[in-house]
Unconditional design. Structure first.
Length: 628
């Protein structure tokens, strides 16, 4: 005989209550959450802030914080408790439990933000060590204690996602690591005030923890990204229009916050660095946040460890800015995208499709509708912004077919030209992996920070012709690898530029001359580049601004020589390189033409479609370059 459904439910409830009483040692006050006994709620029933699937009445406290939920005895209940859930070291038994986010935590543990594989591999290779000595993709948790890895332990490993968050409190400018918390922890103002007041109390005064609990969000703010991404490439700063200033003390100290340096505003960050105002990225001005462009698979990984960030990167400018966007019908959406739509309260209307990248990566906030174009929904607010196709000049000029969008539309990029690194065996340094002070420390002395148009170079990966992209100095450095007190210097010199999407995109584009007649763009470094004409021929002349390095004879800020080639390790990006001699000559030949003809003139427009024919049909008065 089949029992009515209601009777089954009532019977189950009675059984659960009885079991709760038994497991609680006869204490019938034990509450039930997620179908299990939850003694935590007896004391912490007043906690507010968490809602929906994460509300205590839904999953209790122990699901996230562990401990013993069967008891109301404080000492017993708190045994084995995880004070700050979400750190990767214990995420598997908190966020990653079966029935919660068990499929996502392993992805995050393999993601490039957790492994830092690219940083480790490049640093090892740059210092003359094998990138994968054991044949495995590097991981922040598997660093050794050799020269390259000890350098990383002290100077670079504070930002990887596995770095533990050990104290309660909101994510701020100086926050680094934290596992799941790094992106998904959100404190309401009242909750932040409550936990700050609690932290100010002496340990013996902390009788009750705050009842205002931080929430968990699927929509991280830009502030969640800032702590790590305002360093190295400094894209979090650049996106908002800030460039770091080097000098903060002494005679060359930056002005205090709130004052002006010329016409530029100055700001002091929480960690003491000063930044000055430049043009912000146009997407920032339109209200877009980091998560509006970057997908879940880009941020949390797709499940497999990768060696380079570019292997995890899924989104490009052309995925949203194209004459016809790629899309998928709602009935064919993947499970994760469907869940994200549900969590944000979105529903596609009849005739609407979800956008994808050209390679099929879901773009959950892009809506494509036949005959009505496409729009992007801001993930945090749901506001819709129309997605515009590129201008005809971006797609129809054969002469620019190899250029990335950033090559023309990047307004500026942060630049630091020189770095000197040396080990001091007598001082102490902080090992971010071991989380302790150790004997010996690495000291870096960097050159001044600048904001300039980026240099251009060839990004050869995956394209036989190569693609022109934006580069900045990555490791232009002298490195003393000696780690023994009193030992002889072991100097290594590297001149490596790094591919950088600086996140300073503007609708305006750089001028023709800023590419074809600019020494910095061509990789020669700052200086005076002029075209001297004599009769019907001309010669390009370059006088560098910086002195030559004693290590390789190139100007301190250069990537390559003037009408010279470079070989060997030249970039932190595998396969990337500065322009070859032939490419330099071709670019400068156009620059010679621009010395008389404006970029938008008919003859230069013809040259964009057929450069060789245009040059062959030139006027007798044209002075083409002669080369040494």
């Amino acid at each position: 005989m089949r029992l009515p459904k209601l009777l089954l439910l009532l019977t189950a409830a009675v059984l659960v209550t009885a079991i709760a009483a038994i497991l609680g040692g006869g204490n019938s006050r034990l509450a039930v959450a997620f179908g299990i006994t939850e003694g935590c709620l007896t004391c912490h029933a007043a906690v507010t802030g968490l809602e929906g699937a994460h509300a205590p009445k839904t999953i209790g406290c122990a699901s996230c914080h562990a401990g013993d939920p069967r008891s109301t005895d404080k000492a017993v209940a708190h045994a084995g408790m995880v004070l700050v859930p979400g750190n990767l070291a214990d995420a598997g038994k908190t966020c990653g439990q079966a029935g919660c986010h068990d499929a996502i935590v392993p992805r995050v543990e393999c993601s490039i933000m957790a492994t830092m594989a690219g940083v480790i591999a490049v640093n090892r290779a740059a210092l003359g060590e094998p990138a994968m000595p054991d044949g495995r993709i590097p991981h922040a948790n598997r660093l050794g204690h050799g020269v390259a890895d000890s350098h990383l332990r002290e100077l670079c490993m504070g930002c990887h996602l596995g770095q533990a968050k050990s104290e309660w409190g909101p994510i701020g400018q100086e926050s680094q690591g934290g596992g799941c918390n790094a992106c998904h922890l959100e404190y309401a103002p009242e909750a932040a005030k409550a936990v700050a007041a609690y932290a100010r109390l002496k340990p013996e005064q902390r009788k009750e923890v705050p009842n205002l609990h931080p929430t968990l969000t699927v929509n991280p703010r830009n502030a969640h990204c800032f702590g790590c991404h305002s360093r190295s490439g400094r894209i979090a700063l650049s996106y908002e229009g800030w460039n770091e200033m080097r000098e903060t003390t002494g005679d060359n100290a930056a002005p205090t916050a709130g004052t002006k340096a010329g016409s530029e505003e100055i700001r002091k960050l929480d960690d003491g660095r000063f930044v000055e105002k430049f043009a912000a990225d146009v997407h920032h001005e339109r209200g877009l946040e980091c998560i509006d462009c970057h997908t879940a698979n880009e941020l949390m990984g797709a499940g497999a460890e990768v060696l380079r960030k570019s292997q995890q990167q899924r989104v490009g400018c052309e995925d949203c800015h194209a004459a016809k966007l790629v899309s998928v019908a709602p009935e064919f959406m993947d499970v994760e995208s469907t869940a994200l739509h549900r969590l944000r309260g979105w529903k596609l209307s009849p005739g609407q499709k979800m956008g994808t990248t050209r390679d099929g990566e879901p773009l959950v906030n892009v809506v494509v509708e036949e005959g009505k174009g496409a729009k992007l929904l801001r993930k945090r607010t749901g506001d819709a912004l129309a997605l515009k196709p590129p201008a005809p000049a971006c797609t129809q000029d054969k002469g620019h077919a190899r250029l990335s969008c950033a090559s023309c539309h990047t307004a500026w990029a942060p630049r630091c030209n020189t770095c000197h690194t040396k080990f001091d065996p007598k001082d102490e340094g902080f090992d971010h992996v071991a989380q302790k002070w150790v004997k010996g420390t690495w000291n870096e002395t960097a050159g001044p920070f600048e904001a300039t148009l980026p240099s251009l170079g060839v990004l050869a990966e995956g394209n036989a012709r190569g693609a022109i992209d934006t580069f900045v100095p990555g490791m232009v450095m002298t490195f003393d690898r000696n780690v023994e007190a009193g030992g002889s210097p072991d100097i290594l010199h590297r001149r490596l530029y790094a591919k950088l999407f600086s996140h300073t995109i503007r609708r305006e584009v750089r001028s023709c001359e800023s590419c074809h007649a600019d020494s910095l763009a061509l990789g020669f470094g700052k200086g005076k580049l002029r075209y001297a004409v004599s009769g019907t021929t001309g010669r390009w002349q370059f006088a560098p601004e910086k002195k030559a390095s004693p290590h390789d004879g190139l100007p301190e800020d250069a990537w390559t020589g003037f009408i010279k080639a470079r070989e060997g390790m030249v970039s932190t990006k595998e396969g990337a390189r500065p322009f070859s001699v032939a490419e330099q000559k071709r670019i400068l030949t156009v620059g010679a033409c621009l010395s008389c003809h404006e970029g938008a003139s008919p003859v230069m427009r013809r040259a964009l479609q057929d450069f060789e024919t245009t040059v062959a049909n030139r006027s007798k008065r044209c002075a083409l370059p002669a080369w040494p």
